[in-house]
Design a protein around this ligand. Structure first.
Ligand SMILES: [Zn+2]
Length: 61
């Protein structure tokens, strides 16, 4: 007996962890897709994303 696979487990967006959209798979939006692209190209985020694990502020007076 085989279980009917009607809903494939969707992977969350690797950028913001939101449910991915079919249109922008595996991302949730064009923005996250762009963020990931820039991430690979430049090695850093060119677009402000939700993730800010790299404190690089030079705001010391
Ligand atoms: Zn996202």
């Amino acid at each position: 007996m085989v279980e009917p696979v009607m809903l494939r487990p969707r992977r969350p967006c690797p950028i913001c962890k939101k449910p991915s959209a079919q249109k922008y798979h595996p991302f949730c939006s064009a923005r996250c897709a762009q963020v990931d692209l820039n991430r690979w190209l430049g090695g850093q985020y060119a677009i402000p994303a939700a993730e800010t694990d790299t404190p690089d502020e030079e705001d010391q007076s």
